[in-house]
Design a protein around this ligand. Structure first.
Ligand SMILES: C[S@@+](CC[C@H](N)C(=O)[O-])C[C@H]1O[C@@H](n2cnc3c(N)ncnc32)[C@H](O)[C@@H]1O
Length: 317
């Protein structure tokens, strides 16, 4: 299948949110197809620097091509959010002026049947963002063929908010005894058979595919750790911009930002002591409500529909 390319979501809003300075240091933790990186590079000009990360080796190959156009400004590294601090260390920088997370997967990943992310095409049931030889993550087929029905149901419920999680998990365990799951089509057909009456327009496999992808790539743990490392790495005045695509991600971003911008709740005997008001907090929220794509953007790029962008600024070290 031909690659269809990836349209960067909320492109102008990301630039406004990051407010890049001409000589600043920036970090794009999700290089993907490089659209946002390129916009940041053009905004920072010749004196600024950008480090771009991605856990997908295919994205890194695209990144290396972009390095040829911006050799002095752009560095690209194959790494997960978990390695963010170490990557900045290797780059020789401990604080940056802005950090972007554009979560989820790119159209390059979802539109390639051989990556196994989509029930719309038949392909191996893989879903690893890092499919390099030395990747040690399990594939979606590994999970589906080896986990107990209870553990699978938990994944479908927790990460897919699938109300029929137990029914689907039981059917998987029965079917796999006859024939292990190897393809996206096999799993999509099972979902069609087990929950045939899903709302029109939503494929019955939608939620279990989302759930398996999150589990295979430990996406929520990656996000929590990545946000922690990112807030530590922000210079005074630096901005953290995060675009999420489903409620589980957005909840983590919202709660992390809220924790960093509110006074700790004091309990126990200390609560009886007079409290100091106006304690300066190290971060402030730029937007209280998430920024979402305009109707025009949603029409031009339907994949942007569920995007929510939140911005945090460090105001003191
Ligand atoms: C939505 S795409 C980014 C698109 C990009 N902003 C653009 O404009 O082209 C998300 C990318 O983040 C990468 N990614 C997701 N989770 C990651 C993680 N934990 N660590 C590193 N990269 C990750 C994916 O492999 C994917 O390439």
């Amino acid at each position: 299948m031909a690659e269809t390319g990836h349209i960067s979501v909320l492109a102008q809003e990301v630039l406004t949110g990051l407010a890049p300075k001409p000589d600043g240091f920036y970090l794009d933790t999700t290089f993907g197809a490089g659209g946002h990186s390129r916009a940041i590079l053009d905004a920072i000009g010749k004196r600024g620097k950008l480090l771009a990360l991605d856990r997908d080796p295919d994205a890194i190959l695209r990144g290396e091509k972009l390095v040829e156009l911006y050799p002095r400004q752009l560095t690209v590294k194959h790494a997960t959010f978990q390695k963010l601090g170490a990557m900045l260390g290797e780059w020789g920088v401990d604080k940056v002026d802005g950090i972007l997370f554009d979560l989820g997967i790119s159209s390059f990943q979802i539109d390639q049947p051989e990556r196994g992310f989509s029930f719309r095409f038949d392909g191996p049931l893989d879903m690893r963002m890092d499919h390099s030889i030395d990747s040690n993550s399990k594939t979606a087929a590994d999970l589906v063929n080896t986990m107990t029905d209870r553990a699978l149901a938990d994944i479908f419920f927790k990460y897919g908010e699938e109300s029929q999680s137990r029914k689907i998990a039981r059917a998987i365990v029965q079917d796999r005894d006859k024939k292990p799951f190897t393809s996206t089509e096999q799993l999509a057909k099972l979902a069609e058979r087990v929950i045939p009456n899903r709302k029109r327009g939503i494929h019955p496999a939608t939620k279990i595919f989302q759930a398996l992808r999150i589990a295979v790539n430990s996406e929520l743990e990656q996000l929590e750790n990545g946000l922690k490392a990112a807030t530590n790495a922000l210079a005074n005045g630096g901005r953290l911009v995060v675009i999420s695509f489903h409620s589980l991600e957005d909840r983590i971003v919202k709660q992390t930002f809220r924790r960093l911008t509110s006074l700790p709740i004091i309990t126990g005997p200390a609560a009886l002591l007079p409290q100091t008001k106006n304690v300066p907090l190290p971060f402030r929220l730029i937007n209280k409500k998430p920024i979402v794509p305009t109707l025009e953007e949603q029409q031009l790029n339907p994949r942007s529909r569920s995007a929510k962008m939140r911005i945090l600024e460090r105001v003191a070290i």
